[in-house]
Design a protein around this ligand. Sequence first.
Ligand code: WQD
Length: 340
Amino acid sequence: MAKILVTGGTGFIGSHTVVELHNAGYGVVIVDDFSNSNPKILTQLEKITGKKPEFYELDLCDEAKVNDFVKKHTDISGVIHFAAFKAVGESVQQPLKYYRNNFYSLINLITAFNQKVNLVFSSSCTVYGQPDVLPVTEDAPVKKAESPYGNTKQIAEEILQETCAVTPSLKVTSLRYFNPVGAHHTALIGELPIGVPQNLVPFITQSAIGKRGPITVYGDDYSTPDGSAIRDYIHVVDLAKAHVAAIQRLESEKASSNYEVFNLGTGKGSSVLEIIHAFEKSTGEKLNYTIGARREGDIEQVWGNVEKSARDLGWKAELDIDEMMRSAWNWEKYLKDNPF
Ligand code: WQD
């Protein structure tokens, strides 16, 4: 059976994608270095899929090891590349760590496959910065990145686009995620932030379970209806299913070019305060929050135009904010009873 290589497959989006690939009948092989994930996720994946995942611990920055791995696994028909550092704040403090890891791993991977592979690349709406027009479409201008993390996504997309332009055997789809949240309905996998969560929803669930104090709303003086910033939150399971659709499109040879970009969002924006109130309504839990200053580097509002994904990937997000909040909360409660 042809197999899909999932790099970073024990991470948040990676693990949910492994489940959806399994559900779609694909064989999967995972590589990860556990730099931002927990080995226990492998056991959790086995509980969900009923199959022990094929897994190899691998540092994708080690060129020789990556070449050796690819030589040994000739049954890999496609790659979904999640493995990268992704903490915006940390990237500002340690830019070299981000440029080295995120570029070495990508370049080693493509080179090891002799630039002959179907590759789905994990990109981000961060590349748009604050769009001039909303909802933002894939052909909107990429703006100067607000962080080294965002810059690694922009430059990685350029590396891929420019390589594809002269290498017909390399077929790439860059998926620009909006804000992934929620967890698998079994509550066996979900987001596992290391330390104090930087992202809104994991902070909300940790505050609700008593692990953190009140939530700080980073600014209520934006030019938005309730003053708090707006994002396009998308359920991680919907996001995972889009990766399966992207692999299927690459296999189908339907693509008009060997480099394509798609927005993965819901097409709807929600403010921070709306998310807080949605969590309370969906779970019945009361949240404590205070209004604080804006966070450095945050944009005011963004949500995606997702018509191209619907047309060409045949995919659209189906799970609503209520399911995003309830699944995130169920996962937090599972973690309390089953600490990793
Ligand atoms: C969402 C909103 C915050 C925490 C980042 C990356 C992006 C992607 C998703 C990887 C913002 C506000 C947050 C808190 C708050 N990651 N907030 N209090 O910054 O939109 O996107 O994560 O691909 O690339 O940039 O997500 O969840 O951090 O913030 O008020 O305690 O919630 O200001 O408006 P963000 P986030």
